[in-house]
Design a protein around this ligand. Structure first.
Ligand code: GAR
Length: 192
């Protein structure tokens, strides 16, 4: 069975949808660990409730990004993690992790990339008054939301759409698209 580490910084609804998919057998993989960079994140409680070990390390505990990622990497290697799944992880992956897991790190982003990369993508699309936005799953490279696109799904922004209703639409799509895409990747084997 392929082993995953999910990286998250926030509420963890995507983490939850990935866990649920493994429980239903829709995603044939083991979630070995949650990695979180924020001590107060709600996703940590979700991991506890699911009996999934959580590693919580904040960058300010380390002298450099390199040492931060080396500490993460040591634990991932120990757990024999095959893939890193970013699910609302609000930090750029650095050289150390990229090099060690090249081609085996994926991210989900709440826009149709390359439109609206970076933070607050839903808000960016909403304010830009575009009619179509969506969700992208992509491989992670050294850029901000720039790696090769694996899959996308579009969403229409209706005339009376609010930020909240758009966010709900995005989340509904994410929670189906991400587990499905991860399953396709892990059954295909390692990307190189
Ligand atoms: C998700 O919408 C995800 O696409 C987004 O953060 C949210 C996390 O929600 N990620 C990014 O914006 C990455 N640039 P969650 O914690 O409920 O899964």
């Amino acid at each position: 069975m392929i082993s995953l580490a999910v990286f998250a910084s926030g509420s963890g609804t995507n983490f939850q949808s990935i866990v649920n998919a493994t429980k239903k057998g829709e995603l044939q993989a083991t979630i070995k660990v949650l990695f979180c960079d924020k001590k107060e994140a709600k996703v940590i409680e979700r991991a506890k409730a699911e009996g999934i070990p959580a590693i919580v390390l904040t960058p300010k505990e380390f002298p450099s990004k390199k040492e931060y990622e080396e500490a993460i990497l040591t634990q991932l290697k120990e757990l024999q993690v095959d893939w890193i799944i970013l699910a609302g992880y609000m930090r750029l992956i650095g050289e150390t992790l990229l090099h060690a897991y090249e081609g085996n790190i994926v991210n989900i982003h709440p826009s149709l990339l390359p439109a609206f990369p970076g933070k607050d993508a839903i808000q960016q699309a909403f304010q830009a008054k575009v009619k179509i936005t969506g969700v992208t799953v992509h491989f992670v490279d050294e850029g901000m939301d720039t790696g090769p696109i694996i899959d996308q799904e579009s969403i229409r922004i209706d005339e009376h759409e609010t930020y909240e209703s758009l966010q709900a639409k995005i989340q509904r799509i994410e929670h189906v698209l991400y587990p499905k895409t991860i399953q396709a990747l892990v059954t295909r084997g390692h990307h190189s």
